[in-house]
Design a protein around this ligand. Structure first.
Ligand SMILES: CC(C)(COP(=O)(O)OP(=O)(O)OC[C@H]1O[C@@H](n2cnc3c(N)ncnc32)[C@H](O)[C@@H]1OP(=O)(O)O)[C@@H](O)C(=O)NCCC(=O)NCCS
Length: 162
């Protein structure tokens, strides 16, 4: 089923005090959605609808940062764009919504290179994305880093599921 992506951005003068989503019914992590405090760059959220019903939210950090401490991680320039957090409503999970959201973001932002630091419970999800590479921190504790394949190496570029 087709997904619709709606951008949610703050009014310019209120980017830090702004409340992106007033309610988070159906989500387990409301603190990611009621403020933009997790971003270091410009706050930027995406609301994802499936047949008019909200099924996911994404918090982006533009451009976000890649720690050089991660073993063998590539250096990305200003094309990088961090998926700070993605959440699918509990009712919509395990239907490839998150997979389709990430593919949709790559299609909507063809000149960017997406990356994300996983939370422990999401390693399997990020690891399931075709072509995305995992990089680990030498301390053995920090969240793994997952990076979208370079353009031309992306097996999902021809995907039409958005
Ligand atoms: C992680 C999350 C976004 C995945 O969303 P989703 O729409 O259910 O994921 P998908 O259906 O696209 O999953 C694709 C694949 O990822 C893996 N996967 C996803 N959720 C998984 C889970 N809970 N346990 C194990 N593997 C999982 C599976 O390989 C799955 O393929 P399969 O269903 O054919 O086995 C969702 O569980 C979520 O919102 N979790 C809470 C918030 C969170 O942890 N976000 C990540 C922040 S870094």
């Amino acid at each position: 089923m087709t997904l619709e992506f709606l951008e949610v951005r703050p009014p310019a003068a209120h980017s830090r005090s702004w409340t992106p989503f007033a309610t988070s019914e159906g989500y387990e992590h409301p603190h990611w959605w009621n403020n933009a405090g997790g971003t270091t760059g410009d706050p930027w959220f995406v609301r994802v609808l499936e047949d008019g019903i909200e099924v996911a939210r994404v918090q982006l950090d533009d451009p976000g940062g890649i720690s050089p401490a991660y073993t063998n991680a590539p250096t990305l320039g200003p094309e990088r764009l961090e998926i700070q957090f993605i959440e699918v409503t509990t009712a919509a999970r395990r239907r490839k919504v998150a997979t389709r959201v990430v593919h949709g973001l790559t299609k909507h932002h063809p000149h960017r290179r997406l990356f994300a630091y996983s939370s422990e419970s999401a390693d399997c999800f990020w690891g399931s994305l075709a072509g995305w590479r995992r990089f680990d921190h030498p301390d053995g504790r920090s969240s793994p880093l997952f990076i979208q394949p370079a353009r031309g190496d992306d097996p999902n570029e021809a995907a039409t599921d958005t």
